[in-house]
Design a protein around this ligand. Structure first.
Ligand code: PEP
Ligand code: MN
Length: 338
C-alpha cells in the first residue's frame, strides 16, 4: 500500500507512522518527493490495515499498489531516480556513459583504456575482475588483483568504477574497491546475491537475465530495493531468441516500456546485446534515441587481443566516434551525455 501523507507533515510524525507500519508486520519505505512524502507499506496483504492507516490524521489516503513489484513501481514514486557516483549521472535527463573492457587484463590495458574513454567524455569505467564464463576452462578474471587495478584506474582518471560481483561471499570485497556493483545477467535471479547487494550503500547495476520477462526483471530489482538500497540501475543487455546472427537480441522497446512502469534508470548494453562490434555504434545511437538513461560499452585498446568479448569490443577510436554520434542525438532530445 502507498500511505500518502498530507502536505507538510513533520519528520517525527513520518518516523512514528513508519514505526507503526513496521509494528503491523509490514516493511516501511519512506519516499520523500518534491511535493509530498509517501510511505510504501510492503508485505503480505491482511485485512484492516488500510482502514487503520487511513484513520491517522496526518494520512491523506492509502492506495493499494497494483503492480507485483512495489518499491520499483511508478505508482510509488513518479519522479525518476537519479544515480550519481563521482561524475557519473544516470537518469533524470542524464545519459551516463560507462566504457571499458569486458575483463581487466593488466595494469597497462585498464589504465590505457581509462585514459582514452575519459578523454572521449565517458564518466564511468567498467572492467570485470570476477568473470561469469560459460565454460569453466575460460579465463575467470584477475579477481582481487583486477579489482585493485580497476580502482587505481578509477582514482587516476576520476571515473566511477563498475564491476561484477558474482556471489554473496564477495560482496564486501567488491564493495571495498568498486563504486558500482554489477549483477550479471546469469545472476539476475540469484536472490541471495540480490539481497546481499541490497544491504550495501553503493549503486547496483542489475542486468536483465537473457530469458527473464520484464516483470521478473523488475521483481529482481525489488529484491535489492526491499533491503533498503534505492540506487538500482536496470540494464537491458539483450535476450535469447531464435535469432542466431547476433549473440543476443537487443529489444530497445524495453527502455520506454520500463520507463512507463518504473522510476529506476535504465541503461542499454549494445555490446552484449549484439555481440558484434560494428553493430554497437548504431545500436548505441538508437538506445539514446529511445530514451536510455545510460550506455554500458565494451572498449578495448586492441580488441583482437582481448581475453574475453573481443568481437564485440570497440576500439578507442570507435568509442570516440560512438560518443560523437550519441551526443548529437542526446542534444536534440535535450539530454546531457557523458
Ligand atoms: C559483462 O558485462 O561482461 C557480462 C558478463 O555481461 P552479462 O552478465 O550481461 O553477460
Ligand atoms: Mn563481456
Amino acid at each position: 500500500m502507498i500511505v500518502v501523507l498530507k502536505l507538510g507533515v513533520a519528520q517525527e510524525i513520518v518516523d512514528k507512522l513508519a514505526r507503526r507500519i513496521e509494528e503491523m508486520g509490514l516493511k516501511a519505505h519512506v519516499i520523500v518527493g518534491t511535493e509530498r512524502t509517501v510511505i510504501a507499506a510492503i508485505g503480505e496483504k491482511r485485512n484492516g490495515e488500510q482502514q487503520t492507516l487511513e484513520s491517522y490524521e496526518e494520512v491523506d489516503k492509502v492506495i493499494p499498489i497494483l503492480a507485483p513489484y512495489k518499491v520499483a513501481s511508478l505508482e510509488i514514486k513518479s519522479e525518476p531516480t537519479i544515480v550519481r557516483v563521482r561524475d557519473l549521472v544516470i537518469g533524470g535527463g542524464h545519459v551516463g556513459v560507462i566504457g571499458g573492457p569486458c575483463s581487466v587484463e593488466s595494469e597497462e590495458q585498464i589504465m590505457q583504456v581509462a585514459v582514452q574513454i575519459k578523454a572521449a567524455g565517458a564518466t564511468g569505467l567498467r572492467g570485470g575482475a570476477f568473470k561469469p564464463r560459460t565454460s569453466p576452462y575460460s579465463f575467470q578474471g584477475m579477481k582481487e588483483e583486477g579489482l585493485k587495478l580497476l580502482a587505481a584506474a578509477g582514482e587516476m582518471t576520476g571515473l566511477a568504477t563498475v564491476t561484477e560481483v558474482m556471489t554473496p561471499g564477495h560482496v564486501d570485497l567488491v564493495t571495498k574497491y568498486a563504486d558500482v556493483l554489477q549483477i550479471g545477467a546469469r545472476n539476475m535471479q540469484n536472490y541471495h546475491l540480490l539481497q546481499a547487494v541490497g544491504e550495501v550503500d553503493k549503486p547496483v547495476l542489475l542486468k536483465r537475465g537473457p530469458s527473464a520477462t520484464i516483470d521478473e526483471f523488475l521483481l529482481a530489482a525489488e529484491y535489492i530495493l526491499d533491503q533498503g538500497n534505492s540506487q538500482v540501475i536496470l540494464c537491458e543487455r539483450g535476450i535469447r531468441t531464435f535469432e542466431s546472427h547476433t549473440r543476443f537480441t537487443l529489444p530497445l522497446a524495453t527502455i520506454p516500456y520500463l520507463q512507463s512502469r518504473t522510476h529506476l534508470p535504465i541503461v542499454a548494453d549494445p555490446s552484449h546485446g549484439t555481440g558484434i562490434a560494428s553493430l554497437v555504434p548504431p545500436m548505441s545511437v538508437a538506445a539514446v534515441a529511445v530514451g536510455a538513461d545510460g550506455l554500458l560499452l565494451e572498449v578495448h585498446p586492441d580488441p583482437p587481443k582481448a581475453i574475453s568479448d573481443g568481437a564485440q569490443s570497440l576500439t578507442p577510436e570507435q568509442f570516440v566516434d560512438t560518443m560523437v554520434r550519441c551526443r548529437k542525438v542526446a542534444d536534440v532530445l535535450e539530454r546531457t551525455l557523458g
